[in-house]
Design a protein around this ligand. Structure first.
Ligand SMILES: Nc1ncnc2c1ncn2[C@@H]1O[C@H](COP(=O)(O)OP(=O)(O)O)[C@@H](O)[C@H]1O
Ligand SMILES: [Mg+2]
Length: 338
């Protein structure tokens, strides 16, 4: 649905140039929620603004719904933009207009006839659960309700794509959860493709089908969230399971095991201890709800060097677990599943 190829954007000031987006490739599938995760300054907003050409890239390609945006004429681009809605961290509502008036605004710009417009506004307010607040002004509603107005307004022109720039960053955790749920629900019901950027792991964890991690203008990893979390060495998993660098004792092997489901579903620790008659220490770990499933990571310690534990490590890998070995004898790439 969205293809970004070799995208580059440099901001030039008089004495310096900032490469905000430095050769990014991304593919967002139709109907999925794709999250771009990164710290402040990573280039996320610039990337997003290149997708609707609010920002003109220096080079690269942006293809949305089969249309190569950089090749379009002015009128064609305006039409293509109508298929791309956008929501923002600070909502961007018109304070002098009511909730209904804000949602009607893009429809007025499109010159939709009055009666049709009123019906469409009512439908949109229903969709985001704001029917009862149609006559309120932005100052009279909560942050979460303001973002619902923002979402209704973004969907007014029936876009196929919704871009979201930190849409929940100004909201408290509970309100964040309800807005994320709304986005997920809308994406499923309307077949809407959502490209969102965030600095919060929580957002990716809750609603994203796929994700990319961005740093210094580049994408460092991307793919379906589940695949990334189960990939050895994944930065996304490192963010979800922030275990410190282990302190590996002489003659011991520390292993991070990542698994799907609950650890109770996969009694691999007791199986390992029983099969090899060894003591297995549990050093830490967590199980996290990710989308509709659960993914866990457990850090365990086995007696003996990694070489001594070759059979045990193979046993874990053969059980379909993702295994990352820390230890004096651990070689690079040892964690990689065959
Ligand atoms: N309009 C601009 N002019 C100059 N530099 C900018 C502009 N917008 C962003 N930048 C710079 O580009 C880099 C990426 O910014 P941005 O895309 O806003 O990152 P993020 O959204 O991940 O915080 C930063 O170094 C930022 O200072
Ligand atoms: Mg930003």
């Amino acid at each position: 649905m969205i293809q970004i190829e070799k995208l580059r954007k440099v901001y030039r000031a008089r004495h310096r140039a900032v490469t905000a987006v430095d050769g990014v490739d991304l593919a967002v599938r139709e109907g999925e929620i794709f999250g771009v995760l990164g710290r402040s300054g990573a280039g996320k907003s610039t990337l997003l603004r290149c997708v609707n050409l609010l920002e003109r890239p220096d080079s690269g390609r942006v293809v949305v719904g089969g249309r190569d945006l950089l090749a379009l004429s002015g009128a064609e681009l305006r039409a293509a933009r109508r298929g791309i809605g956008m929501i923002h961290q600070h909502f961007g509502l018109l304070s002098g207009r009511t909730v209904a008036g804000n949602v009607a605004f893009p429809l007025e710009v499109m010159r939709m006839p009055r009666a049709e417009r009123a019906a469409r506004v009512a439908e949109l307010l229903e969709l985001v659960g704001l029917t009862e607040h149609a006559g309120a002004y932005p100052a009279q509603i909560s942050g979460g309700q303001k973002q619902r107005v923002g979402i209704a307004r973004a969907l007014a022109g029936r876009p196929e794509v919704l871009l979201s720039d930190e849409a929940t960053s100004a909201l408290d955790p509970e309100t964040t959860a309800s807005i994320l749920e709304l986005l997920r629900d809308l994406s499923r019901r309307l077949g809407l493709t959502v490209l969102l950027i965030t600095h919060e792991m929580e957002v990716v964890k809750r609603i994203c089908d796929s994700a990319a991690i961005m740093r210094a203008g580049r994408v460092v990893e991307s793919g379906p969230v589940r695949d990334l979390l189960l990939r050895p060495g994944s930065e996304l998993a490192g963010g979800l399971f922030p275990l410190p660098a282990p302190d590996v004792r002489e003659g011991a092997t520390v292993v991070d095991v990542t698994f799907e489901g609950d650890s109770a579903d996969r009694p691999f620790v007791s199986a390992l201890a029983r099969t090899y008659s060894i003591d297995v220490n549990i050093l830490g770990g967590a199980v996290e709800q990710v989308g509709d499933g659960r993914i866990g990571r457990l850090r365990i310690e086995l007696p003996g060097d990694p070489e001594v534990n070759a059979a045990q490590l193979a046993h874990l890998r053969d059980s379909g677990l993702t295994v990352e070995v820390h230890g004096a004898g651990a070689r690079p790439g040892e964690g990689v599943r065959p």
